[in-house]
Design a protein around this ligand. Sequence first.
Ligand SMILES: *Cc1c(COP(=O)(O)O)cnc(C)c1O
Length: 384
Amino acid sequence: MPHFLNTRDQSILPSGGENIVLFHPHVAKGTLEEIADTLQTRWIGQGPKVEKFETNFSAKLKLDHTPIAVGSCTDALHLAYVLSDLGPGDEVIVPVFTCTATSIPLLYHGVKLRFADLQADTMNIDPNHVARLVNERTKAIVAVHYGGLPCDMDELQEIADQVGVPVIEDAAQAVGATYRGKPIGAISDFTTFSFQAIKHITTGDGGMLMIKDVGLKSKAKRIRWFGIDREAKQGGTWANDISEVGYKYQMSDIGAAMGLAALKTLDQTLSLRRELFARYTEQLEAVAGVQVVGTGFTDREHAAWLCTVLAERRADLENKLREHQIESGQVHFRNDRYSIFANFRSNDLPNMDAVEETYLVLPLHTYMTLADVDRVCDTIRSGW
Ligand SMILES: *Cc1c(COP(=O)(O)O)cnc(C)c1O
């Protein structure tokens, strides 16, 4: 029996079982029971299940930093930026290639974005370029583990330490990844996870901020909810002033119920994703004209959220796959192309320029089998 609830037949494509879609949400078995349990209590907004999810998530991934469950990874990133005290005049180094959710909240702060180039073989931020961008105005360094492969964290941390600024990891794609024996989420000052619909774990929408400095825990909890100290408020007396501006970024117990069920199948989710990724790597190794991104590392474990290839004549390959009812796509685009980031463009991003027309994301999700990967690889091998 599968360990998920939403069956393949419920695909939104009129597929007859033939389509291989790029993404599919994973709704764990046990989700309905967990939600039904929540709906029969007084707490459906932020209540005991949010706390339980924070505890269980940290325990499952062996994270000793403080978890703060929020409404999305974007919320978590914004809270990390607030806690890093970003403001006008500050510079933040951020990878040029990422989900816009990483960069847009930086615009709320009026900071200057310094786009860093990627490494062509991983598509992660290039520490060599970060070392050249860093200066006395740098206030934070943001790293994104593209596709689930951890960045060069030691190199990034060393640069951050030289100027005394936090590293903020956007680990939306890297639940379960490890770097030099440490789980992602227990390394940097701040790490953010996403539980959006198609991530490893979904709570519908949701996220988690992991904080290293316990001294920031109560402030983080307050600004998650307007700036109000919920525990003091529950004391029932009007003794709790609001002295800092907060947001409405909390997770709900309904979302947490989904997350609690998903945690129980996380091992299976990760091992299936890793098996599918390994199969792609093995099958495509000898195929001319494509190269799988982010393989061959022994000091870090891939969370296998995306399988990306660099392909010659990408549009032709995409069309060929589509003819065979296989979805593929770019998923993310270099952020400096968007008008909202026009002020931050630079012409010093050679690796981004080099892969821009070649990267392509192949289907990888828990509704796929090894035979599906073989079908994708056979199609690629037959030429395009
Ligand atoms: C999915 C994703 C996000 C956004 O997550 P939300 O939970 O939708 O806010 C941010 N960064 C990266 C790299 C992502 O993949």
